[in-house]
Design a protein around this ligand. Structure first.
Ligand code: TYD
Ligand code: MG
Length: 468
C-alpha cells in the first residue's frame, strides 16, 4: 500500500477530498479535514450483500466466560477500573503533560509484573515509550526503586513495528503505549499527533489487543481546552477512559473514570506525588483537611461524594469590593454554578453581591463536580460577608434551587458517617421530609441543622433579608 490508499475526509460533514485543505468546501468548517486510510473507513459497497458471512444470533441468557481481572494491588487504581483490569480491555489515560501518567503506569506495570495471571504465570508487562529514551525511563525506574521489576521496556513510535512485535510469539498480558500522540502508521502522510494518525494508530493497537487478549493502556495528552488530543476520536473506541488530573502546584493527583464498560464511572482514586513516585491515599478526607485552620471566616467543610467514596474538603471564599467590572475566579468548581448562587443570593435574599469580586477555591487542588456543594459554597460566601466563621466542627452539604430552597442530595447518611469518623460534631444539611424539628441531635450527640431555605442560612450568619 502506498500513498494512493489515503483520502481526506471532513470530520464535520463527511465530505471526501483528494487533497488536504484548511477549509472544507462543502460545509465551510476550518481545520476539519483529516487524512484517512481508505481501507479503514470506506466499507466498499457493503450494500450488495454478496460475499458476507452470516452472523449468528443468540439469546441474552447464556454461559459466558467470566472475565478474569488482574489486580495490580494498587487499590486506588483497581477500584477506579471497577475492581481490576479485564483481559483484552483497552484503557485510555488522559492528562496534562507532566501530571504523572508515565510515573503511574510504570508503577502499575511494576506492580502487575509481581503477580500471576490466569495461567499462574507471572504477568508479562511491556512498556513501549515513544516519548522518552530507554535511559530516561530507567532513570525514573531507579528513582522509584523499581529497577529490579520484570517490566520489558522498548522505545518505538512505529505502529507497524509494534504490532509485528506483539503479534509474534507469546502474547504479553499488559501493554503500555506512552503516548498515543507519538505513534504513527506509515501508510498515512500526516505527522504523529494529528487526528488521522491518532485514530489509525489507536485502531491498529486496539484491534491487536482484542485479538490477542492483552490489557492495553494508551496514554494520551490532553489539549489546553481539556479534551483528549485528537478530538475525542479514541474515547468511543476504548473500554475505559481515565483522566489523571490535579494541580501541578499541589501534590494530590486524582484518577477519575469518565467511561468504563467494566465498572462504575465517576469513581476516583487519590494519589500523592512524592519524591518516591505516586503514593496511595486511602483516606483522602484527612489529607484534604490537614491544613485547615478552625474559626476562619470564608471557609467551610463540604461533605461530598466522589464516585462511591465520601470525601470531606475545605471550600474557601473571598468576597472583596470591586474596582470596576466584578471579577469571578473559581478554582476546583463550576464557575457557572457560582454565578447561579450569587444570583440567587442577590435576587431571592436581596444580598448585594453582584458588584463584588468573588473568589472561590477548593483547597488541595481537588475538582468538585457535584451540585451538592452549593450550600457549602453559600456558607463560605456568607461567612466571608458577615465576618462570622462557619462553626469549625460542622460539615455542610445541599443543593440550592433557583428560588433559594435547599434541596436533598444523594447519600446523606454516607456523608454524615464520614463526618463523624473525622470528628465533626455538626452538620448543616437539607431538610428531610419526615422530620419536623429543624435542629436535632442523634444518640451520639451529633447535631443536625436542617436548612430549608437560603434565608435561614443568612439568619445564622446574622444577615437578615431586609426586603423579605
Ligand atoms: P510524568 O510521569 O513524566 O508525567 P507525564 O507522563 O504525565 O507527562 O511525571 C513527571 C512529573 O512528576 C515531574 O514533574 C516530576 C514528578 N515526579 C515526582 O515528583 N516524583 C517522582 O518520583 C517522579 C518519578 C516524578
Ligand atoms: Mg510521560
Amino acid at each position: 500500500m502506498g500513498k494512493k490508499s489515503t483520502r481526506f475526509v471532513c470530520q464535520s460533514c463527511g465530505a471526501v477530498f483528494p487533497r488536504w485543505a484548511g477549509r472544507c468546501e462543502s460545509c465551510g468548517e476550518w481545520n476539519a479535514i483529516v487524512e484517512e486510510e481508505t481501507a479503514l473507513s470506506a466499507a466498499p459497497n457493503a450494500t450488495g450483500g454478496k460475499g458476507g458471512r452470516r452472523i449468528e444470533f443468540v439469546g441474552l441468557q447464556g454461559r459466558s466466560e467470566t472475565s478474569f481481572r488482574l489486580k495490580s494491588g494498587i487499590q486506588e487504581l483497581d477500584r477506579v477500573c471497577g475492581g481490576g483490569l479485564v483481559s483484552g480491555s483497552v484503557l485510555l489515560i488522559g492528562g496534562d503533560p507532566g501530571i504523572g501518567k508515565s510515573t503511574l503506569l510504570l508503577q502499575v506495570t511494576a506492580a502487575l509484573s509481581n503477580i500471576c495471571n490466569i495461567k499462574g504465570e507471572p504477568v508479562r508487562c511491556v512498556y513501549i515509550s515513544g516519548e522518552e529514551s530507554v535511559d530516561q525511563v530507567r532513570l525514573r525506574a531507579s528513582r522509584l526503586g523499581l529497577e529490579k521489576s520484570r517490566v520489558e521496556l522498548a522505545t518505538s513510535m512505529n505502529v507497524r513495528d509494534i504490532v509485528a512485535t506483539l503479534d509474534a510469539g507469546e502474547s504479553p498480558d499488559v501493554v503500555v503505549i506512552d503516548s498515543i500522540q507519538t505513534m504513527f502508521v506509515d501508510t498515512l502522510d500526516s505527522s504523529p499527533g494529528t487526528v488521522g494518525q491518532v485514530r489509525a494508530s489507536g485502531n491498529e493497537l486496539i484491534r491487536l489487543a482484542k485479538r490477542r487478549g492483552f490489557v492495553l493502556f494508551l496514554v494520551s495528552h490532553v489539549t489546553k481546552e481539556g479534551t483528549l488530543a485528537g478530538p475525542r476520536v479514541l474515547e468511543h473506541m476504548v473500554d475505559t477512559v481515565l483522566y489523571f488530573e490535579g494541580d501541578r502546584g499541589h501534590h494530590f493527583r486524582i484518577l477519575r473514570s469518565v467511561k468504563n464498560r467494566f465498572g462504575a464511572t465517576d469513581e476516583i482514586g487519590v494519589f500523592e506525588m512524592t519524591q518516591k513516585g505516586l503514593g496511595e491515599v486511602p483516606n483522602p478526607s484527612a489529607l484534604f483537611l490537614a491544613e485547615r485552620r478552625g474559626n476562619v471566616t470564608g471557609s467551610c467543610v463540604y461533605a461530598g461524594i466522589e464516585g462511591s467514596r465520601p470525601m470531606l474538603v475545605e471550600i474557601q471564599a473571598l468576597v472583596a469590593p470591586s474596582g470596576g467590572t466584578p471579577r469571578r475566579a473559581v478554582v476546583g468548581w463550576d464557575s457557572s454554578r457560582l454565578s447561579m448562587i450569587l444570583a440567587v443570593l442577590e435576587t431571592r435574599c436581596h444580598l448585594p453581591v453582584s458588584a463584588k469580586d468573588v473568589y472561590l477555591n477548593v483547597a488541595g487542588g481537588l475538582r468538585i463536580t457535584e451540585p451538592a456543594a452549593d450550600l457549602a459554597v453559600a456558607s463560605a460566601l456568607l461567612s466571608c460577608i458577615s465576618g462570622i466563621p462557619v462553626p469549625a466542627e460542622a460539615v455542610v452539604f445541599g443543593e440550592i434551587g433557583l428560588s433559594g430552597e435547599i434541596r436533598a442530595v444523594p447519600q446523606p447518611d454516607l456523608r454524615l458517617k464520614e463526618a463523624k469518623k473525622l470528628g465533626f460534631a455538626r452538620a448543616l444539611i437539607p431538610p428531610k421530609r419526615v422530620n419536623k424539628k429543624s435542629v436535632k441531635e442523634d444518640d451520639t450527640g451529633f447535631k443536625i441543622n436542617e436548612i430549608g431555605h437560603l434565608k435561614t442560612l443568612m439568619d445564622m450568619f446574622g444577615l437578615s433579608d431586609r426586603q423579605g
